[in-house]
Design a protein around this ligand. Structure first.
Ligand code: FAD
Ligand code: SIN
Length: 557
């Protein structure tokens, strides 16, 4: 498919940069800001610069700041939530960055919520979320992501050498190997400029994938529309290994409202005393885990799913009505406003909630610097699998990972950067053999179909039979989408559908391969955790095989 769209006849007019960053969320912008200022950089976003998950983040960023907390405890909590699959070295390396990440964000102007009563250097108010045994989540009320995203954009705009390009969607990576060269490396990407409708060649010495997660593969999700797993699919097509895709995280508490798109109600609400109750007012989580409302997300989401199915209910309820209206307005001003708009009052009544797809724990396999299997290609943020999250990410560890690994990747490129004298010829995108689609309905239909069967067959509770059904359908759809892709001009919907289908396939294959239940992967056919599979990751290799590996994070020589 890659070769269908390029021609060796014409040398394309290319855009040339030292570093091309695909994605303008926390991970991409952190990387951009840690590159040496003299390097020429393009940061690409397929929509507005703030259209990714980062801006939507609510709860905050985890870091050991309280004097009674410790790195050892944050490490232990992360590993415990990760259900035997976290890479302990990666956990230690990332968690140890917490304080520095928060100091850096303060230095660039992020106004974290403060409260005198909190004993840390800046008197930051620290909230608590599932899996954390201490208050260690620094936040900007309930809109942490928006505050972080805005300050990062402000900083990047001040760098003369950085071009920020919105409305540009990457179609595929360009690698020397695919162009017939012996020595493999990433040399850029084909990018559709959505304003002109033309596919352009972006050449660069290094490419950083920071395209975020893939929760849009499910019908109900807390994520914005662009979370289609584009980076995972592009890296996979280019020849990278992909790990642990069976661990898709479902957030327990998304607002249930027939007329509203899924909207997250932060786990911090439970951290500040919120209860989970059934329609009759009874609490139920302590029947599933002694930590009750502060159990890790996989356990809480599964418990809610179980209770909804058992009682035939459409939702359960999140109740913080015992707190004052003043407390709620101070801690959760945005969530409160959204609830009010939809006719609910958090200070007076329980709010209906359901779980929804939230976070992609698996992704492109990287090493400790964010390097992928392909030389000169890095992956950072939700698109990557570093080994931090294991079988279930602990709340607020994602922004920490995005910001820390953005820096690791940026600094690693700084040390390995050398001017490229190789005059590699990159062919132009060829649209001479394709036409405008007259059947957009096919794209829309396939989008809906993938997302619906992933929700029904590969969701919170799985079974081999249901997953095999999903496998059968995705095989047919992949074939149909490939054919469609070969015949029609690319559009953003088609690019996203093509990627979504690849990611769905990777999730299904990984889930079928894991014959146990662990963390976010629960299957009725293997309901127990198999201790023999502790530290055994599911690795999909470019030859399309599924392997199990204990320490996958060192890259092939
Ligand atoms: P994103 O911020 O998602 O950015 C992806 C970027 O890639 C975007 O700029 C997008 O336009 C671009 N892109 C994608 N595909 C392409 C393409 N093909 N071509 C060009 N550009 C492309 N985590 C926490 O740690 N704490 C929280 O409190 C928290 N709350 C959350 C609340 C919500 C509602 C959600 C959805 C997530 C939350 N998370 C939280 C998770 C966290 O926000 C994300 O994991 C994190 O922001 C991902 O950042 P990123 O930089 O990897 O990707
Ligand atoms: C939340 O605020 O509940 C989301 C936190 C996260 O996903 O880390």
């Amino acid at each position: 498919m890659f070769y269908d769209r390029i021609t060796h006849m014409s040398q394309s007019k290319t855009k040339q940069y030292d570093v091309l960053i695909l994605g303008s969320g926390a991970a991409g912008l952190s990387a951009a800001l840690h590159l040496q200022p003299h390097l020429s950089v393009a940061v690409i976003s397929k929509a507005e610069l703030n259209s990714g998950n980062t801006s939507w983040a609510q709860g905050g960023i985890s870091a050991v700041l309280d004097r009674d907390d410790s790195l050892a405890q944050h490490i232990e909590d992360t590993i415990s939530a990760g259900a035997g699959l976290c890479d302990p070295e990666v956990v230690e390396k990332t968690v140890s960055e917490g304080r520095e990440v928060i100091d850096w964000l303060l230095s660039i102007g992020v106004e974290f919520t403060r409260e005198k009563a909190f004993h840390n250097r800046h008197h930051l108010h620290l909230t608590q979320e599932g899996g954390h045994t201490h208050r260690r989540v620094a936040h900007v009320a309930d809109a942490t992501g928006d505050a972080v995203q805005n300050q990062l954009i402000t900083q990047v705009r001040q760098r003369e050498q950085i071009d920020l390009l919105s409305n540009h969607i990457a179609v595929d990576l360009i690698t020397a190997g695919k162009l017939g060269h012996q020595q493999e490396r990433c040399v850029g990407a084909y990018i559709l400029n959505l304003d002109t409708g033309r596919v352009e060649v972006f050449r660069s010495q290094f490419v950083i994938l920071a395209t975020g997660g893939a929760s849009k593969v499910y019908l109900y999700t807390s994520n914005p529309d662009g979370a289609c797993g584009d980076g995972i699919a592009m890296a996979w097509r280019a020849g990278c290994r992909v790990a642990n895709m069976e661990f898709m995280q479902f957030h327990p508490t998304c607002l249930y409202h027939p007329k509203a798109k899924s909207y997250l109600l932060s786990e911090a609400i439970r951290g500040e005393g919120g209860k989970m109750i059934l329609q009759d007012g009874s609490e139920f989580l302590h029947h599933f885990d002694p930590r009750g409302v502060l159990a890790p997300r996989d356990i809480v989401a599964r418990a809610i799913d179980y209770m909804m199915k058992k009682h035939g209910h459409d939702c359960v309820y999140l109740d913080i009505s015992h707190k004052s209206a003043k407390f709620i307005a101070k801690h959760f001003p945005n969530i409160n406003a959204r609830c009010n708009k939809l006719g609910y009052d958090m200070s007076k009544e329980p709010i209906p909630v359901v779980p929804a797809a939230h976070y992609t724990c698996g992704g492109i396999l990287t090493d400790h610097h964010g390097q992928t299997d392909i030389p000169h290609l890095y992956a950072v943020g939700e698109v990557a699998h570093t080994g931090l999250h294991g079988a279930n990410r602990m709340a607020s560890n994602s922004l920490l990972e995005c910001l820390a690994y953005g820096r690791f990747a940026g600094e690693h490129i700084n040390t390995s950067f050398a001017s490229d004298n190789q005059n590699l010829s990159v062919p132009a995108w060829d649209e001479s053999r394709v036409s405008d689609s007259d059947e957009e309905i096919v794209v829309a239909h396939n989008w809906d179909e993938v997302r619906r069967f992933m929700w029904d067959y590969v969701g919170i509770v799985r079974s081999t039979k249901r997953m095999q059904r999903a496998q059968h359908r995705i095989d047919l759809l992949l074939h149909e989408i490939d054919e469609y892709y070969s015949n029609f001009k690319v559009t953003s919907d088609l690019i996203e559908l093509r990627n979504l289908a690849v990611v769905a396939d990777l999730i299904i294959r990984s889930a079928l391969a894991r014959q146990e239940s662990r963390g976010l992967h629960y299957t009725l056919d293997y309901p127990d955790t198999d201790p023999a599979l502790d530290q055994v990751n599911t690795i999909l290799t470019p030859d399309s095989k599924v392997h199990s590996e204990s320490h996958p994070h060192s890259l092939p020589a």
